[in-house]
Ligand binder design. Structure first.
Ligand SMILES: [Fe+2]
Ligand SMILES: [Fe+2]
Length: 476
């Protein structure tokens, strides 16, 4: 039926600018269809979040490690949006944990189980996310613009935020592909294969389910995904077992200048790339044991820690220092991942972050930054401090309630950390590192760039982690 549309008052946009009157009159949209499409999008983005998190630890290339941390966070934000929209239209249980379609399940399984980084990048950035974007575009177009306006808005927001991922991801595919050694006998048909699964699903949103072809057999996902919990680093990271310099000992020594301390703070920041490497293992192992809200908040924290590492990277660039000359230690994440279970690791994380709250923690680092005259250091430490306050709150929401009191929760984290063997001597005995003191070389380089004379006492600094932890507590 075509309605005769009366002219709008004063020619003003009708219907709050959502659409033309004709569009609102002519629609065969339904709430069921809306929920069904949102649930399929939710499933794909939740599994994409899982995929990105599960690669953070074992992906050696630093730029991809940080990229996956970022994109895991963005997917998590969209998942939260979708869950709340579905919750507005349905009574619990919302059925958000149900697999909406076997083909979508297989698509995401194949991506998670990808045997090479190139295949993983193609699966996420080349196939799945572009297909999710197309589904969002159809949803924006098909949903009733007035009755289902909140869904249209949700689809718009997701499309806006995820379209950047595709642009950046496409660049990443080209770069990694150009450098990846081709495996003998392996044909480069991952994209075609994964796209055929999308077709078999009747597209991400199921809008072409009637004409969908058969689902091709599984390939990589024939065997279940195995999470690799040992952190890997690319070739620029030299001597990663090196714990020959204790930056905390320098930072809290009153006799050293604030300017010199900024270098140790940049080191502490860039070294934080080991926090996402550790946190990813918590998220993977507690996947089914904790609710979505836990994963969403912890993913924000994981991404923040990757940002902190990049702030350190930027600090070194700003000071004319090649950070690849510095051993960026990974044994904190490695030891925790290999020696503790997920709950114990969470305890250590909380204990450390809660310990950053008193006067000697993040506030002190910010004060050093301000005093140093290095504006970038002050800026980064201020944001780092804000982030860490948030992380301590996340810990209080998700970790502390498992204990009788804050003190018990802290004690458990401290005990778990004490239980971790640092293997300082063992790593040296095994020839994995000499714990070389890298500090004088970096400090001299910085002094040269600053046009200042080195402080002889600072130059002679040589405290290691041989018998102490990062909170300066002595090891037994
Ligand atoms: Fe941090
Ligand atoms: Fe943190």
């Amino acid at each position: 039926m075509t309605a005769s549309v009366p002219p709008s008052y004063f020619g003003l946009p009708a219907l709050a600018g959502l659409c033309e009157m004709n569009t609102a009159v002519d629609s065969d949209w339904s709430l069921d269809e809306s929920v069904s499409r949102l649930k399929r999008l939710h499933f794909c983005l939740k599994r994409l979040h899982e995929a990105f998190v599960s690669r953070v630890t074992a992906e050696p290339i630093y730029e991809l490690k940080t990229l996956f941390s970022h994109h895991a966070y963005l997917c998590a934000e969209q998942v939260t949006l979708l869950r709340s929209r579905v919750g507005e239209m349905r009574e619990p249980p919302l059925g958000l944990d149900k697999v909406p379609c076997p083909a979508l399940d297989q698509l995401l399984d194949e991506i998670i189980c990808a045997s090479t980084t190139v295949d993983f990048l193609i699966g996420t950035y080349g196939v799945a996310i572009p297909a999710v974007l197309s589904a969002c575009e159809r949803l924006m177009h098909d949903a009733h613009p007035l009755a289902d306006a909140p869904t249209v808005r949700t689809a718009k927001l997701i499309r806006f935020e995820l379209s950047e991922i595709v642009t950046i991801g496409t660049q990443a595919i080209a770069c990694v592909r150009a450098h990846a050694a081709k495996e003998p006998g392996k044909t480069d048909d991952t994209q075609v294969y994964l796209e055929s699964i999308v077709q078999a699903a009747g597209l991400i949103d199921g809008t072409q389910i009637e004409t969908a072809p058969d689902l091709p057999p599984r390939r990589s996902s024939e065997t279940a995904f195995q999470f690799q919990n040992e952190p890997q680093r690319d070739e620029r990271f030299q001597d990663s077992f090196n714990a020959g310099v204790n930056p905390e000992a320098f930072l809290y020594d009153e006799s050293f200048s604030a300017r010199d301390k900024t270098l140790m703070m940049y080191y502490k920041r860039i070294r934080e790339i080991d926090v996402p490497e550790m946190m990813a293992s918590i998220l993977v192992e507690l996947r089914d044991e904790e609710p979505w809200e836990f994963h969403a908040e912890m993913t924000r924290q994981l991404w923040d820690e990757a940002r902190h590492a990049m702030m350190g990277e930027v600090g070194f660039v700003a000071n004319g220092i090649d950070w690849t000359e510095i051993p960026i230690n990974f044994t904190w994440a490695r030891n925790l991942n290999l020696q503790l279970d997920a709950r114990q690791r969470h305890g250590v994380l909380f204990f450390i972050e809660q310990g950053l709250m008193p006067r000697t923690g993040k506030k002190y680092e910010w004060e050093v930054g301000v005093k140093s005259g290095d504006a970038l250091s002050a800026l980064f430490q201020d944001f780092d401090w804000a982030d860490e306050v948030l992380h301590a709150q996340i810990g209080r929401r998700w970790y502390v309630p498992k204990f009788g009191s804050l003190n018990e929760a802290m004690q458990y984290g401290d005990d778990c950390w004490s239980q971790v063997l640092s293997h300082w001597q063992t790593y040296r005995d095994q020839g994995l590192t000499e714990h070389r003191n890298w500090w004088p070389q970096i400090y001299l380089q910085a002094c040269q760039n600053w046009n200042t004379d080195p402080d002889p006492a600072a130059l002679a600094f040589c405290e290691t982690y041989a018998d102490s932890r990062a909170d300066l507590k002595k090891l037994p």
